[in-house]
Structure formats: C-alpha cells, structure tokens
Design a protein around this ligand. Structure first.
Ligand code: ADP
Ligand code: MG
Length: 312
C-alpha cells in the first residue's frame, strides 16, 4: 500500500454500514501510533460524527467554513492526543448556504497541517458524496457483507472512478464470525483488496454511548483489534496474511446464524473462553509496544498488530 497517501475518503453506497465508526476508530488508531490526524464530517446532510466523540453541535462547524463564514481552523477541535475533528452542523439552516466546492480548499489546507486526513463521506450518489471521493488520495470502501450493501458499494466504486479517485480496498463491517460468508469472495467480486473485516461487536455500541472511540473505550475488544489492523494495513505496516479473520472467535453479539464448530476452543456460547483470554494478552502486549514506540521513537511511527490468534 502506498504510504504517500494521506487523505482518505471513508465511503459506502448504503448508509448505516459503519463509516463513521470506521473513521473515528481508524483515525484514533493512527493517532495512537504517533500521527497527527484530523477526521472530517463531510456527511453534510446527515452529520453525526460529533456525537461519536462528544463534541457539542453548537460549536463552529464545517457548514460555516463551506459557507465562507469561518476558517477551517475555527472548526477544528482537538479530541485527544494527536487527533482533531471537524464536525458538520446539524441544522438545515446552515446547510442551505453551504458551497460544497469549497471543500477542495479545506482539504488542501488540512492536508498541509496533518499527517492523515480522514473524510467521513455521506452515503448515496449526490454531488457532495462524489466530490470528496475525487479529493482523497484513496477511498476506503465500507460495506457489510449483506448483498444489498455490496451492490451499493459497487456503485460507489463507479462514482469514485468517475470522480478520478482510486480505491484502496474494501472494509467489511459487522461480520459474523460464525457465518460461512466468503469475505474474500466479496472483495474479489468488487475487484478490490480486502483491507479488513470488522466483527459485529457489542462494544461498538457501548463506545458510542460513552462518546469515546472504541479503540480507547475498549482496546481489547475484537473490533478494536480489527481497527488497529486496518490502520497498520493502510499505512503499509501490516501484511495481508496477518489480517485477523475472527473465525471461530466468540465475539458475535448476535449469534443468530447456525454455528458450525470452527475451533476446539469455541463451542457455541462461551463468552470468556481460552481463545479470547489468549488473544487479549497479545493485544495488551501490542498496545504497550505502541505506547513505548510513540514515546521513544522520534522517527516513523509504527503500529503493531497482535498475531491473529483466532485465525485458522
Ligand atoms: P454510517 O456512518 O455508515 O451510517 P455508523 O458508523 O453510524 O454507520 O454505524 C451504524 C450503526 O451500526 C451504529 O449504531 C453503530 O454503533 C453500529 N455498528 C457499526 N459497526 C459495528 C460493529 N462492528 N458491531 C456492532 N455495531 C456496529
Ligand atoms: Mg455516518
């Protein structure tokens, strides 16, 4: 993967598939590895990034910036060490005076100031969806494994092509570890690399209620681990072979599908069995390494990914 890429559009065809969750956690994982990151809510009509990270919607937002009423620095808020957010407004009044074209300048300015810029793009096929796809160095396509979501993802691929954007790959979200869906096959059909699979995980919802990114709220959870892998993979520090697959892991919050025996350690509804305890140790080790690296390593930040314990 090209580490020269620093502006990513997080996009999907269908809404509600996990774009904002991905933007927030990918950004936080990159920041945790020592990068300066800004996440931008370019879902101008249905902004909700602020809620994920406990920002007040009354503050100056991207809406005022795109309306020419404020500078982007006035709408950039520090969330935690290394991570900033540019929220969008919630009201329709400020939306009306927005000039989407101004986004070009905003992205150029943020590109100069940050190591990584993540654009949380709205779903669908409107102008404000297409523009960011062309402004980004690469598009991270987000989809669930559901056929309707994959089908809409295909449309977003077409749009990205037309907007002159290139697609880094697809992230499959809300995957069910116990299902027999062929995730690699979905990526192949889209003709894209499978960057990561993010398992369905109840801690995602808990983190939203807590207003804290999941990778901080519960760094040991399966989805956190998947998002740290995604961060490493995007910046070229993780091998595709190391991608955690979570097959046979007990992470699923809704084990509604049939559960064929996947591994010796996992027999059905065991929530805290040996497999999860073992991988937690690995994750803790990886987190300490990240902390140690960001303190001592003045050079290129690194993201370490635990061994995929539940692979096989
Ligand atoms: P989008 O930005 O694409 O509309 P969101 O990130 O807002 O999607 O996610 C939609 C809903 O799905 C949210 O309620 C979120 O908490 C939930 N969600 C996203 N990813 C997961 C996951 N891996 N496991 C469980 N719930 C998830
Ligand atoms: Mg969203």
């Amino acid at each position: 993967m090209n580490t020269q890429e620093t502006v990513y559009a997080i996009a999907s065809g269908k809404g509600g598939v996990g774009k904002t969750t991905t933007t927030v956690n990918l950004g936080t994982a990159l920041a945790g590895a020592g990068n300066r990151v800004v996440i931008v809510d370019v879902d101008l009509g249905m902004a909700n990034l602020a809620g994920f990270v406990s920002l007040s919607p009354e503050d100056t937002t991207l809406h005022q910036v795109l309306a020419g009423e404020a500078d982007v620095t006035e709408a950039t808020y520090e969330l935690a060490d290394g991570i900033w957010a540019v929220p969008s407004g919630l009201g329709l009044d400020s939306y009306a005076s927005v000039k989407t074209e101004n986004l070009r300048e905003v992205v150029a300015e943020l590109r100069d100031q940050f190591d990584y810029v993540l654009l949380d793009v709205g779903a669908g096929v409107s102008h404000e969806t297409v523009l960011p796809l062309g402004l980004a160095d690469a598009v991270v396509l987000v989809s669930t494994p559901e056929p309707a979501s994959v089908q809409d993802a295909r449309k977003t691929c077409d749009l990205a092509d037309r907007a002159g954007g290139s697609i880094a790959g697809v992230v499959l979200t809300r995957t069910h570890p116990s299902s027999d869906i062929d995730h690699e096959g979905i990526a192949e059909k889209l003709d894209l690399p499978l960057l990561a699979t993010i398992p369905e995980d109840p801690t995602v919802r808990e983190s939203v209620y807590a207003g804290t990114p999941l990778v901080v709220h519960d760094p040991k959870s399966p989805a956190s681990r998947a998002y740290r892998y995604l961060a490493a993979r995007l910046v070229g520090e993780a091998d595709p072979e190391d991608r955690p697959t979570f097959e046979g892991s007990p992470a699923s919050s809704t084990p509604s599908e049939s559960q064929p025996p996947q591994s010796d350690a996992d027999d059905g509804d065991a929530e805290q069995d040996g497999a999860s305890a073992a991988s937690e140790d690995d994750v803790s080790a990886a987190i300490s390494e990240i902390d140690a690296d960001s303190e001592t390593d003045g050079g290129q930040p690194r993201i370490d990914i635990p061994d995929a314990e539940s692979d096989s």
